[in-house]
Structures are given as C-alpha cells and as structure tokens.
Ligand binder design. Structure first.
Ligand code: PLP
Length: 384
C-alpha cells in the first residue's frame, strides 16, 4: 500500500493546507462519509422500521466488530458521543460513592475538559482532586510509573490516566500503572481519547476499571462516535448520562438506547473499520509512527530543538517547546494556530502546560515527509 500524497484524495482535506492536526478532531475519509450518507438515507426512508426493527441489531453488530478491533468483549462495550462523555459518565456514576475523604488523582497533562468534570464532581461530593506533575522531558516508562507509585495513597479512590497524553503525544504504560493502582485498592479510568486506530489496543488485557476512547479521531468514523468499556463488576452502577427505557436491565441495553439520536456515526463504524483494515491496520500504524519520528527528527535537527521523550514512548503525535514563548495567560495558543494557518497554510495546534507553550504535530497516512519540511521552513521563518 502506498501512503502519503498519492492517497490524500481519499479525504476531502483542502489541498492548499498542510494538515498536521489529525489529533484534535480526526478527518473522515470520503468512503466513510459516503457510507454514512447511505445509512442516513436508509434511516429516513422508513424511520420507524429503522429504529424499531433493525437499529438494535445493527448497533450490536458494529459494537462486536469494534470489540474485535480494540480487544474488548462486546458485552463490556458501549458507544457514546465522545471521550468527554465517557469521563463524565464514569464520574457521575461514581458520585454516590465519593465523599470528602476521597481523592481523585489526575496530572498536569490531564485534558482540560476532564479536569473541569473532576472539579464539578469535587464541588458536589467534597472529594479532593490531586494533580501531580509528570516528569518531562522523560527518559523511560519507569520514571512515570514511579511518580504514580509515590502519588497513590489510601485515600486515592480513582486515578484518571491518559493513554496518550494530549500535550506531548506520550503513551503512558497503562498496564503497569493499572497493576500498581489495583494493589492500592484504587479504581482506574483510562482516557484513551487518541488510542483507537493510532496504536494496537487490547483493552480487555489492560486490567483497568473503565476505558473510554474516541473512534472519530484515529479510527476515521464521523464525529460523535466513542467507546466506553466497563469492567463487569462496575456495570450495575455505570449509568448513561441520559436514562431511558432500560434502567437496570443490563449495561449494554441501558447504553444502546438513551433516547432518539442520530445513530449514523455509530453505524458508520462498520465502514470506518473496513477502511482502516483496507489500509492494512498494522502497516498504517507503523507508517504513521515512523513518519512522526522522521518529522520529529527533521524539526529537531533543523531548528536545533531537544527531543524530550524516547521514540518508543510515542505513537503518531509529537511536540516541542516553542522557543522564546511562554504562557502569558492570554489566548496565545489560539493566536499562534491562526498565525501558522494564515501565514504558512499549516494546520497545527499549540498547547500549554507548566507555563510553557508547545507545538504539536501529527502524522497520518495522507502525510509524507514534505509536510514536515514545510513545517521546518515555517518554523525557521517564524522564529527568525
Ligand atoms: C486526552 C484527551 N481526552 C479527552 C479529549 C476530548 O475528546 P472529545 O472532544 O472527542 O470528547 C481529548 C481531545 O482531544 C483528549 O486529547
């Protein structure tokens, strides 16, 4: 399979833009958009029959196919709109079990929307939110594991752990951290917003309590498709945010019907998984990882920036600190994104943490090394 510019026409992406932000919202391939349109038309041809006669089975068929893809049993798997919903679903389900003696552990790289959800739950329950700082630059998984080992205590009720960190692209050693967490009697929710489709996943083997992840980023579905995996022992009290007909029936039934919704992004999973497979899932993941490394090496060498994480701790996102810039408290990241978009025709996000500004770039199969050469030229011009 040839990747790079020769297959860029499988997406609608604007030819004039160097697209280095697959991370924020993904980009849906034309083939999947067309399949979604067909589903929408089929639905509207006979809406009642669609919902009453066929939806439940079609949805479960898609969930089973997703289960094979992410290594999850379908009976533990539900579909939701996005990872934000996944986190809120778990936190609200835990609410009756939380009080002022409990702590929820997050870190300085936790996604801001997830931090908001934690603070809301803290306001209601009185539980404490403890935010630890992860080492960065980082040299090994052991360093990360060690920080969590030290942070866990007898009050830690829940750890929310990113599988792939949104600021730096770093992949956390989930299985090893989950082991520690279990020994401490703590629950663990993994925020795998970027994981499905970017890295090989076997959710069932991670030994966590909940796992949420988006399908609309790296697995190519239309926006509004994400998974929530729940360990069997937590299914009786893990409730969807919207309660409908099947209260206390069973986990999958409660989540499969939460009121009338547009189910197209869920049912388009079928075509999205086929698309990923047609591109040879394994070689796709290898290509996007290798391309990210090549792009990262180019930027590091040409601009003279230090690589702050080992290659094997990254997937297909990378980030560097932007020299000469710090967090001024203004909307600097949005302004930088706009500047690169307008002046250099490069779509790339800027993120901040620890008062520093980072630029982050992605590698997807429609990218090739010329995209990172453009980025390098733009950075040279921008940094003077
Ligand atoms: C780590 C992480 N968690 C959660 C989210 C939220 O994803 P969504 O907006 O699809 O809910 C993101 C989005 O980029 C993310 O990077």
């Amino acid at each position: 399979m040839n990747f790079g510019k020769s297959i860029r026409n499988l997406w609608l992406l604007d030819e004039s833009i160097t697209f280095l932000n697959h991370g924020s919202f993904g980009a849906t391939p034309i083939k999947v958009i067309e399949a979604a349109e067909q589903i929408q038309r089929r639905l509207e041809k006979e809406p009642v029959s669609f919902y009453v006669d066929s939806y439940a089975d079609e949805l479960r068929r898609c969930i089973s196919k997703l289960g094979v893809f992410v290594g999850a049993k379908p009976e533990n798997l539900a579909l939701i709109d996005n990872a934000t919903t996944g986190v809120s679903t778990v936190l609200r389900s835990l609410l009756p079990k939380l009080d002022s003696d409990d702590e929820i552990l997050i870190c300085n790289h936790t996604y801001p929307a997830v931090k908001s959800a934690c603070h809301y739950i803290s306001e209601i329950s009185g539980c404490k939110i403890t935010e630890i700082a992860l080492p960065y630059p980082v040299e090994s998984n052991e360093q990360i594991i060690d920080v969590y080992r030290k942070a866990l205590n007898d009050k830690t009720k829940l750890l929310i752990l990113d599988h792939i960190i949104y600021t730096t692209g770093l992949i956390n050693p989930v299985k090893e951290i989950a082991e520690l967490v279990k020994q401490n009697g703590t629950l663990i929710l993994v925020d795998g917003a970027h994981a499905p489709g970017m890295i090989d996943l076997s959710i069932e083997e991670l030994n966590v309590d909940w796992y949420t992840g988006n399908c609309h980023k790296w697995l190519f579905t239309p926006k509004g498709c994400a998974l929530l995996w729940t360990a069997p022992e937590h299914q009786s009290y893990t409730k969807p945010l919207s309660i409908s007909f099947y209260l206390n029936d069973d986990y999958t039934k409660e989540f499969d019907w939460t009121g009338t919704r547009n189910p197209v992004p869920f049912l388009a999973l079928d075509a999205a998984i086929d698309f990923h497979r047609e591109l040879g899932s394994e070689s796709l993941m290898q290509y996007i990882h290798n391309l990210m490394l090549a792009g990262r090496n180019l930027v590091a060498d040409e601009i003279g920036l230090a690589k702050e994480a080992p290659d094997n701790m990254l997937g297909s996102l990378a980030a560097f600190e932007l020299p000469g810039h710090s967090d001024t408290g203004h909307e600097i990241t949005g302004a930088l994104r706009k500047r690169f978009f307008e002046k250099y025709k490069i779509e790339m996000p800027f993120v901040k943490f620890d008062s520093k500004i980072y630029f982050r770039f992605s590698a997807q199969v429609y990218n090739d090394i010329t995209d990172y050469k453009k980025l390098t030229s733009a950075l040279k011009d921008f940094l003077g």
